[in-house]
Ligand binder design. Structure first.
Ligand SMILES: Nc1ncnc2c1ncn2[C@@H]1O[C@H](COP(=O)(O)OP(=O)(O)OP(=O)(O)O)[C@@H](O)[C@H]1O
Length: 334
């Protein structure tokens, strides 16, 4: 069966993540990079996953596709994708087909994951063949359209090798690969970090347009709250492999509940308006030792900490109809 590239019949796809735990086996012990996460990614929306470096965003993204690399291991949980099933249980071939065909992705290292020995156009054809796409001409047309929309000379890019492209061009090529098979779920991990501010804004707007045109479910991973504010319908804040807070972007930005989210918002560089200064978050994220301490992982950096924070890990609780938070300051009082 060839891939049907028509979208008329396609329903937006949601993802339900339960008790997901991923560890990296290291010389210093097991690092719980994703530590028992429960999260529903709503169908047809853009969900931004934000947190500092090391908070577990990329590991979560790779776990959604059951593609965590060694020395990482998914130790428990489920990732149920509508229309596919549990990505952690389906057989290898269904999983391979799902990646790319149902779930398009550009991982952080995408700039380097192109095959250096094949022209980009050939790699588009390889991808199409590996997913049984019958109409390869239509596939190339689709690739050209995406590249042109992202401001690239499509013919030139398709006949180029990776080394002939700049970092920013490769990032856009990565986004093209994520979208070209017409997947219904798209995972973009820091897709625009190699781009200057203006190109970044332009490319993200195109991602938004395509998201709307195709009724996608888009997961956007970033350390930049400004990107989330511009683009995401919902935001999920990760800290130390756990969820700190989640909810509709407007609500979370206007009334952040978790002190970590408040800190991330204060750290957004403001380039217009008053002489407002971005304030960097003090301290550093959890490391191999602090991961295992009792109490809230953020306590050492938290301006609002009080006694309970040192003793037990706050539970990630419902705060309103569509909001959740893990913070004793919100859910418990002195
Ligand atoms: N290959 C690996 N081996 C050992 N530990 C790892 C490996 N990859 C990630 N980790 C650890 O897992 C945790 C989560 O890392 P992850 O890359 O998922 O975070 P992130 O939020 O995506 O950060 P970044 O934005 O820097 O990619 C970190 O503590 C990190 O050091």
């Amino acid at each position: 069966m060839g891939v049907n590239l028509s979208r008329a019949h396609v329903q937006p796809v949601g993802i339900s993540i339960r008790n997901l735990k991923v560890v990296y086996h290291t010389g210093q012990g097991d690092i719980p990079a994703v530590n028992g996460i429960n999260l529903d990614i709503p169908a047809g929306q853009i969900t931004g996953i934000i947190g500092e470096s090391g908070s577990g965003k990329s590991t979560l993204a790779m776990a959604l596709m059951n593609a965590v690399p060694h020395p990482g291991q998914i130790v428990s949980g489920s990732v149920v994708v509508d229309g596919i099933g549990d990505m952690l249980k389906i057989d290898k071939e269904s999983r391979r087909q799902a990646r790319g065909r149902h779930i398009g992705f550009v991982f952080q290292a995408a700039q380097n994951s192109l095959n250096p020995l094949r022209r980009i156009g050939h790699q588009v054809l390889d991808l199409g063949r590996s997913h049984n796409v019958k109409d390869l001409r239509a596939l190339i047309r689709r690739a050209k359209d995406l590249l042109t929309r992202m401001g690239l000379n499509a013919d030139r890019v398709l006949t180029s090798y990776q080394h002939e492209l700049s970092g920013g061009m490769r990032q856009r090529v990565g986004i093209m690969f994520a979208l070209v098979l017409d997947a219904q779920v798209v995972i973009l991990d820091e897709p625009t970090t190699a781009l200057d501010m203006i190109s970044q804004a332009a490319v993200l707007q195109i991602v938004r347009q395509i998201h709307v045109e195709r009724g996608l479910t888009t997961i956007l991973i970033t350390h930049d709250m400004g990107v989330v504010a511009d683009l995401a319908d919902n935001v999920v804040v990760m800290y130390g492999g756990e969820l700190a807070e989640a909810g509709p972007t407007e609500q979370v930005l206007a009334h952040p509940a978790h002190p970590y989210t408040q800190g991330l918002i204060r750290a957004i560089p403001r380039i217009t308006g008053e002489l407002e200064q971005a304030v960097a978050l003090p301290g550093s994220p959890p490391d191999a030792v602090t991961f295992f301490q009792p109490g809230c992982l953020f306590a050492a950096r938290c301006p609002l900490r009080f006694a309970p924070c040192e003793l037990t890990r706050p539970v990630y609780e419902r705060l309103g109809p569509s909001r959740h938070v893990a913070c004793f300051r919100v859910t418990q009082h002195d």
